[in-house]
Ligand binder design. Sequence first.
Ligand code: FES
Length: 154
Amino acid sequence: MLRDEEIREIQVCLSHYERRRAALPEALMIVQRSRGWVSTEAVHDIAGIINVTAEEVDRIATFYSLIFRRPVGRHVILICDSVSCWIMGYQPLREHLKTRLGIDLGQTTTDGRFTLLPSACLGDCDHAPAMMIDEDLHHDLTADTVDEILERYA
Ligand code: FES
């Protein structure tokens, strides 16, 4: 069940749009910011507030790669696998991250600290390879700089 605060935020968001379903992406982000991910139960709750079907909410949730429909770690690493990053060292970087974290793409470390996900272009191609951790973009990456960057995320 959504918390009062989440419901309030979604209602404020709804007041900004003429068409209620236009608020869907933002409503999903409100819930994700509050819980880290969007459960099936939350999808149904959002549908009830916005007055659309749960299938429609789920369709939007699965369209946006930054909406997580499964629990994730405290920090989400999005490693760019688009063309510039491929050329500039995506593969060795991906293997380094997998080894360093002890997980594969799509998995979460056993301590719940990191989830590692592939991502389409992060818009930082001239500084490839790039990755994003939570809201922070990191670029010109090497194995050494990745190690140093990971240390900053407790
Ligand atoms: S291709 Fe990786 S940031 Fe654009």
